[in-house]
Every structure is written in structure tokens, then in C-alpha cells.
Design a protein around this ligand. Structure first.
Ligand SMILES: [Zn+2]
Length: 199
């Protein structure tokens, strides 16, 4: 990109690193910012900076939040006797969009993957088990991804949680094997949630 001014080429490179953005889209975004008022570019830059400054993990469920506990954990209208276990923070918005889940969450921040060196101890599993100690939780819904790592993680968690006398369920098979929760559509996810089965 020698013919392109370095600041332009630089931002194109940075945008290209984002998921779903190829070099052409990156270029379109950069020229869009150049054409539009300075304020627009400043607002974008500030939003990016604030994101990393203000966002932390909820000390209860480990979802990303700007207040602690997060809004979901704080919400007394929600059913705190149900905990839905997901792999990553991005899995929560699609489940919330279904409007069918009123319980709370636990974010593991990954799934068991021995080939990548991800062992149970590196995930927020002990923290989950601590939450189950006071007897207030009646059901844990395992919503890890329907792929090898997600299944391994679900089986592992079942072994730990079932002996505590807590109901363990798993999202139904409506989700195709190998799929990722983050990208599941509302209808499929609602069905998977509503026909969750004992696990
Ligand atoms: Zn929380």
C-alpha cells in the first residue's frame, strides 16, 4: 500500500484485523471516516478506548460489565435459582434476545481443550461450584457450544454438579453439532432452551 498515505494504510490494517472485515470493507470504513466530520472519528476513537478502560468482569458471573455485580446479577426480578453456563460473554446477548430465559449466568471464559492446553483449572469452574454451595441454586443449564470442546466441558461439569443434588440440563439438540451459540438464530436458540433436557 505504498501509494496510500501511511495513516490511511495503518487504519485500514487495523480495521482488517476485526472479524468479518476484509481489506475492502476496511478501506470503505476509513474513507467514510475521512469524508465525515472530525467529531465522528473522535467519537469512535473514544468509544474504543472507553471500552477497554471501563469494562471489567462481574465478580459473581464473570460476564463483562461496567458495574459490579453486573446488571443481570443485580436484577432481583430474575430467577437466581437457575444458572446458565456459557463459554464466553458473547454467548449471553443471543440468549437474552430470545426473551425466554429469566435466570442468571456463569461465564467460563473458554472450554476444556487439552490439545490447546486449556484445562478445567483455567476456566471459571471453581467459581461456579462456590456459587452452588449455599443451596439456593436448583438448576444449572449447560449452554456450552455443541462441539467437541463444549461437550467435553458439559460432561465434566455434570460430574461435578450432579453429586450436589442440583438439576443439570443441557440445551436441546436443535443446535447443529459444531455450531457456536454466538451465531445461533433466535428461533433455534429458543427451541434449544425450551426443550433443554436432563443431562
Ligand atoms: Zn454478573
Amino acid at each position: 500500500m505504498a501509494s496510500i498515505a501511511e495513516p490511511v494504510a495503518n487504519l485500514i490494517r487495523e480495521f482488517s484485523k476485526l472479524p468479518g472485515i476484509g481489506p475492502k470493507s476496511a478501506q470503505r470504513l476509513v474513507y467514510h471516516l475521512l469524508r465525515n466530520p472530525d467529531e465522528e472519528a473522535k467519537a469512535l476513537a473514544e468509544a474504543v478506548l472507553t471500552l477497554k478502560e471501563k469494562i471489567k468482569l462481574c465478580s459473581v458471573c464473570f460476564n463483562i460489565t461496567d458495574c459490579d455485580p453486573c446488571l443481570i446479577c443485580q436484577d432481583t426480578e430474575r430467577d437466581h435459582s437457575k444458572i446458565c453456563v456459557v463459554e464466553k460473554p458473547a454467548d449471553i446477548p443471543p440468549l437474552e434476545r430470545t426473551g425466554k430465559y429469566q435466570g442468571v449466568y456463569q461465564v467460563l471464559h473458554g472450554a476444556i481443550n487439552p490439545s490447546q492446553g486449556v484445562e478445567p483449572g483455567e476456566l471459571k469452574m471453581n467459581e461456579l461450584v462456590s456459587r452452588l454451595q449455599d443451596g439456593s441454586v436448583a438448576e444449572v443449564i449447560l449452554a456450552t457450544n455443541p462441539n467437541l470442546e463444549g461437550e467435553t466441558t458439559a460432561l465434566y461439569l455434570r460430574q461435578i454438579i450432579s453429586p450436589l443434588g442440583i438439576r443439570v440440563s443441557r440445551l436441546a439438540r436443535g443446535l447443529p453439532f459444531g455450531a457456536e451459540l454466538e451465531y445461533a438464530d433466535d428461533v433455534t436458540l429458543t427451541q434449544a432452551l425450551e426443550s433443554r433436557r436432563e443431562f
